[in-house]
Design a protein around this ligand. Structure first.
Ligand code: PLP
Length: 408
C-alpha cells in the first residue's frame, strides 16, 4: 500500500463512515471512545475467523503455526511501533483497563505496603483510579492526587510536594480523555526517576495522537487499547521494561503461562507468556497489528496538518457559541473537545445531535472526579479522528447551534 496523503482516499478505507443514521450520513465524533476500522483490519479478522484459525503456541499443525505467526508478528509490529527494546516487553491484553488491573494487582500487590502511596492526577480515567484504589485497600496504601488548574493543566509546579518518600508508583495519563491535552510526561518521568519511583503512562488516547517512543519517554510501563487505534475491540498492549516485568508475579493463572505444573508447585513461563494466561484474543491481536500497519501507511505530514486544521476550526467554531465553555485548553491540544453549555443538560444535547446523525459522547466520561472538580454533573465531548472532515465540523457546529436554540 502506498502512502495515503489525502482525506478522500483515507475515508475510502472506512466503510462505517458511509452509514446513514437517522436519515443523515453519519458524522462520527466519538472517536475517543472507539474508532471505526479500516477494511484491511476487518478483512484480516474475517480471514482468520474463516480459516486461519488454530490455537496459538500449542499445536504442531499448520493452522496453529499460521495463527501463531500472525500473533507473534503483531507483537513485533507493536514493538517497532513504540520502539520497545525487546518483543517480550510487549504483553497482549484485552485493553488499557485490563493492563492497568494487571499492573495494580501484580506490581502494586508486590511492592505496595502499609503507609505507601500511588500518585495519580485529578485528570485520570476511572481505569487509572479504581484498580489502584482496590489494591491500596488490600495493602493498606493510599492514593495521592496531583490537581489540575481551571484550564485542566497539571499543577506540575507542585510535583515535588507530591513526590514524597511514601510514593511507590506514579500512574498518569499521557493525554486525558476529557481534556485532550498532551501532559508533560517526560518531565514527570524524570522527576519520579530522580527519586527511584517507577512511572506508568496510560496511553489510551496518547497512542492515537502522538508518536510514542517508550525509550525516549523513559516510562517504565505504557498501556493502550487496540480499538481506539482503528483495531479490533478486546485488544490492547501493556509495555513494560523487561527487568520490571521479570520481577513481577503473574496476574492470571492458566494455560500457556506455565513452565511445569504439579499439584505441589508450578513454575512460570518466561516473558511475555507469563502474563498471557489462557487463549488470548489472537485474532484480535493480529488485527491490531494490521491497524498499526494502516496508521503507518498514512502520511505523517498529512496527519499533522490535518489534525491541526481540525482542532483550529473546532476551537474557533465552539468559541462563537454563547454560554459554551471548553474544558482543557492550552498547548498540545488534540482534536478532542469536552464542553458544557450553560443551562443545558449535555445528554439532551447529545440526544438531539444523534437525531441529526451526529455521534458524540455525554456524561461523566469515566472521569467523575475531574468533571466534579469543574463543578459539573456531565459534559459533552466531540472527539475527532484522522478521517473526519472540515465539512463535518461545519455541519456539527450548525447542528449544535440549532440544538442549543431548541433547548433554551
Ligand atoms: N484511559 C483513558 C485515558 C481512556 O480514554 C480510556 C478509554 O476511554 C481508558 C483508559 C480505558 O480504555 P479501555 O476501555 O479500552 O480499556
Amino acid at each position: 500500500m502506498g502512502l495515503i496523503r489525502n482525506l478522500n482516499e483515507l475515508r475510502e478505507h472506512f466503510p462505517a463512515l458511509k452509514q446513514v443514521i437517522n436519515g443523515r450520513k453519519i458524522v462520527y465524533f466519538d472517536n475517543g471512545a472507539t474508532t471505526q476500522k479500516p477494511l484491511c483490519v476487518t478483512s484480516l479478522v474475517n480471514m482468520m475467523n474463516e480459516g486461519i484459525n488454530g490455537n496459538i503456541h500449542r499445536a504442531v499443525h499448520e493452522l496453529s503455526a499460521r495463527s501463531t505467526e500472525l500473533y507473534e508478528g503483531a507483537r513485533e509490529r507493536v514493538r517497532k511501533f513504540i520502539n520497545a527494546q525487546y518483543p517480550e516487553e510487549i504483553i497482549f491484553t484485552s485493553g488499557t483497563t485490563a493492563g492497568l488491573n494487571l499492573l495494580a494487582s501484580s506490581f502494586g500487590g508486590k511492592f505496595l505496603n502499609e503507609g505507601d502511596s500511588v500518585l495519580l492526577t485529578e485528570a485520570e480515567h476511572h481505569s487509572n483510579i479504581v484498580p489502584w484504589q482496590m489494591v491500596c485497600e488490600r495493602r493498606g496504601a493510599k492514593l495521592k492526587v496531583m490537581p489540575v488548574d481551571e484550564d485542566g493543566i497539571w499543577r506540575f509546579d507542585l510535583i515535588e510536594r507530591y513526590l514524597t518518600p511514601d510514593v511507590k508508583i506514579v500512574s498518569v495519563a499521557h493525554i486525558s480523555n476529557v481534556l485532550g491535552l498532551v501532559n508533560p510526561v517526560e518531565e514527570i518521568v524524570s522527576a519520579a526517576h530522580k527519586k527511584g519511583i517507577p512511572v506508568i503512562l496510560d496511553g489510551a488516547q496518547g497512542i492515537v495522537h502522538e508518536k510514542v517512543d517508550v525509550r525516549k519517554l523513559g516510562c517504565d510501563f505504557y498501556l493502550f487499547s487496540g480499538h481506539k487505534l482503528y483495531g479490533p475491540t478486546g485488544t490492547g498492549v501493556l509495555y513494560g521494561k523487561k527487568a520490571l516485568l521479570e520481577n513481577m508475579p503473574p496476574w492470571l493463572g492458566g494455560g500457556d503461562m506455565v513452565d511445569t505444573v504439579t499439584f505441589e508447585k508450578t513454575t512460570y513461563a518466561a516473558l511475555p507468556l507469563k502474563f498471557e494466561a489462557g487463549t488470548p484474543n489472537f485474532i484480535g491481536a493480529a488485527g491490531m497489528g494490521e491497524a498499526i500497519n494502516f496508521t503507518e501507511s498514512v502520511s505523517e505530514e498529512f496527519l499533522r496538518n490535518h489534525e491541526k486544521a481540525l482542532t483550529g476550526q473546532m476551537l474557533e467554531g465552539l468559541g462563537k457559541i454563547d454560554g459554551l465553555r471548553i474544558y482543557g485548553t492550552g498547548k498540545g491540544k488534540i482534536p478532542l473537545f469536552s464542553f458544557s453549555v450553560e443551562g443545558i443538560h449535555p445528554t439532551d444535547l447529545a440526544m438531539l445531535l444523534d437525531k441529526m446523525g451526529i455521534a458524540v459522547r455525554s456524561g461523566m466520561m469515566c472521569a467523575e472526579p475531574l468533571i466534579r472538580r469543574f463543578g459539573c454533573h456531565g459534559l459533552l465531548r466531540a472527539s475527532l479522528a484522522m478521517y473526519n472532515t472540515s465539512e463535518e465540523i461545519d455541519y456539527f457546529l450548525k447542528s449544535l447551534q440549532r440544538a442549543v436554540k431548541m433547548l433554551t
